[in-house]
Ligand binder design. Structure first.
Ligand code: SAH
Ligand code: SF4
Length: 443
């Protein structure tokens, strides 16, 4: 970094959830504003930045492996800057382990220090030493950071940060701090600007969007209602919802709206009330079922997706079977499935865990089979109907020319006389696969 006129290149990589991806877009925005260009591989990079995830052990192991692979690059190019940020370094003992294992790491900064990146980087360059900034809590939300978005068609808009729920297995409240909501006006201005610039699908992000707005005296349903009034044809999705805070008001707003997604991603985690209580989730499987029943009644065609954890400490065979029965009863459109991963510092890490790894993987495979059976049937309900589809480009199944997503978040592969990428089209559905539906544009 001695030649001031040299074009510098950054290779940035983000692991984990959509909130982390949104952070990554801000990190890239800041770097672009600093004059960095971008490369798609570490080759030729002057800065390598890894934005990490801590939600499961496997995510952390991958990062350790990927940083280890950088040793030889640093040896060949001592001017190379290696930066690590995100949720992993927000955990003190992990940050210490990382820095101890890899003395060549130049910059470590936590999830609350993204806006300070320019000053942190210049400190690394001028002082030629490792710089660390890991504050435990964020004072306030920093608005107005530059964003380098990954797509011109779709955009993620965080509406809140942090989480106060402390589900007993989860590390997020420890690494992302307390719940903080953006002001409704800031969200509305960003959404308005995105729609004007041609974005067609906006996803509002938060760990628990249903508790949005407490400090501003606004509910998430009210925010959605306002967003729905924004001029233009676009779609607004949101994730993640928490069953304990999912209000009737929200269902009613979605039912009346023309722009709000017909997909409800509502993580259930388990179908056993005993396990749900141990998880500190704040609802029973019956209450979950009631939310879905009402939502389906009010919002025809609604797609319901979920997250399930298998092998939570002390999960008995009976608990697990209750989860399978629950899945059959609800009939999800799809589900993300996870084997429980012990996270030090969480409440669940202190619970006795006598389920063997073998038993966990037996249950996991059983769960996948039940989901394949139940989810596979769910899409049949769309055959014969017409779905409004945002065309995203060439088809994925090889069976039809184009692909897109419906308001239910369902992948739709379809035939069309013309390339309608970036536009909404009406597609008549004639067949259902397990993970997509097929059709033709209605003329
Ligand atoms: N705030 C969101 C998402 C949190 S992380 C929510 O509450 O739904 C995404 C998913 O990862 C969770 O829903 C959960 O299913 C899974 N997860 C979180 N911690 C985990 C752990 N320790 N082991 C296995 N899965 C976990
Ligand atoms: Fe984790 Fe629960 Fe918060 Fe989701 S709601 S981020 S699972 S603590």
């Amino acid at each position: 970094m001695t030649d001031k006129n040299k074009q510098l290149y950054a290779y940035t990589r983000t692991y984990g959830c959509r909130a982390n991806v949104a952070d990554g877009e801000r990190i890239d925005g800041i770097l672009a504003e600093m004059g960095y260009g971008f490369v798609n591989s570490p080759d030729g990079a002057d800065l390598i930045l890894l934005n990490t995830c801590a939600v499961r052990e496997s995510a952390e192991t991958r990062v350790f492996g990927n940083i280890g692979a950088l040793v030889h690059r640093k040896r060949l190019n001592p001017d190379l800057i290696v930066a690590v940020c995100g949720c992993m370094v927000q955990r003190k003992h992990t940050a210490e382990k990382l820095c101890g294992t890899f003395p060549f790491i130049d910059l470590v900064f936590g999830t609350h220090a993204i806006h300070k990146l320019p000053e942190l980087l210049s400190e690394v360059i001028s002082e030629k030493r490792r710089v660390t900034d890991i504050t435990a809590y964020a004072d306030e939300i920093v608005e107005g950071l530059p964003i380098r978005r990954g797509s011109a068609l779709k955009a993620d808009v965080p509406v809140m940060y942090g989480c106060d729920n402390f589900c007993s297995y989860c590390v997020v409240p420890y690494v992302r701090g307390r719940e903080r909501s953006r002001k409704p006006d800031d969200v509305l201005t960003e959404v308005g600007g995105l729609v004007k610039s041609g974005v067609k699908e906006i996803t509002l992000l938060g760990q628990n969007v249903n508790s949005y707005g407490k400090e501003h005296g606004v509910t998430f349903a009210e925010l959605l209602r306002e967003i729905d009034k924004t001029e233009g044809e676009f779609r607004v999705a949101y994730m993640t919802s928490h069953p304990k805070d999912f209000s009737r008001e929200l269902t009613d707003v979605i039912a009346k709206s023309g722009k709000i997604s017909r997909q409800l991603h509502l993580p259930a985690q388990s179908g056993s009330d005993r396990v749900l209580a141990l998880m500190n989730r704040g609802y029973t499987s019956g209450q979950y079922g009631e939310i879905i029943e009402r939502a389906r009644e009010k919002i025809p065609g609604l797609s319901v997706t979920t997250d399930i954890i298998v092998g939570f400490p002390g999960e008995t065979r009976e608990d697990f079977e209750q989860t399978l029965a629950f899945i059959r009863k609800i009939g999800f459109d799809s589900a993300y499935t996870f084997i429980y991963s012990k996270r030090e510092g969480t409440k669940a890490a202190e619970l006795p865990d006598r389920i063997t790894a073998e038993e966990k993987s037996v249950r996991f495979n059983e769960l996948l089979r039940v989901l394949e059976d139940t989810c596979g049937r769910a899409y049949g309900r769309f055959v014969g109907s017409t779905l409004r589809v945002l065309c995203e480009g060439k088809g994925r199944t090889g069976k039809r020319a184009y692909t897109g997503k419906s308001a239910q978040g369902v992948i739709v592969d379809f035939d069309s006389d013309r390339n309608a990428t970036g536009e909404f089209v009406n597609v008549k559905i004639d067949a259902a696969l397990k993970w997509a539906v097929l059709g033709s544009v209605q003329k």
